[in-house]
Design a protein around this ligand. Sequence first.
Ligand code: ZN
Ligand code: FE
Length: 239
Amino acid sequence: MDVKIIPCLNDNYSYLIFDRSNKNACVIDPSESKPVIKAIEENKVKLKYILNTHHHYDHVGGNKELKEKYDSKIIGFKDDKDRIPEIDILVEDNQIWKEENFEAKIYHIPGHTAGHIAFHFFKEKKIFTGDTLFSLGCGRIFEGTYEQMFNSLNKIKILPKDTEIYCGHEYTLKNGDFCLANDANNMKLKKKIEVIKKKLENNLPSIPTILGDEIECNIFLKAKNLDSFSKLRDLKDNF
Ligand code: ZN
Ligand code: FE
């Protein structure tokens, strides 16, 4: 499975994943159609499926146009059937979604939105976490509770440590500043930030990140309990 990272809007990432053997492709969270169409054409793939982690505009903005152009099917969480544009296939927590050679486990990870999900391509050890887990950060809590977000992050935290994480935004450097402000002696974090800076200077994404690194560097994954997690989340909102 190949993954092409597609920068969209200001700081969003959509992801084109495809099977080299038959050129079938999925896109995760198409913020807008134009850059996705460009990536589809460059890689000469067939867009079969559009996977949405949640209903926010910057994750579904390209749904309609892409579906019309490529006759793709749109997959999203069952409870968001009325707010994910053009949705075709409803999935639920812990379900395995399997089509062609694509196989992903669905995790319901509420907090940022009530119906947020992650797609875990467990054979390839890649997870698409939308706006729930970012590199060195986590999403803002818009519709859920601190507890839901904390539990959602813990669902991801128990996956194999070499899992690659693909998230919805390039927030990594700003997130890193916050981690450093609260974890000043973390040498691994300092090293990771240096690597991230080099990538960004060269116009490369900081994504994917590796779960094992996040567990050691991401202050939200390091939070020992709900109380300390909640305090950090509040601090970050005003950072
Ligand atoms: Zn969002
Ligand atoms: Fe977003």
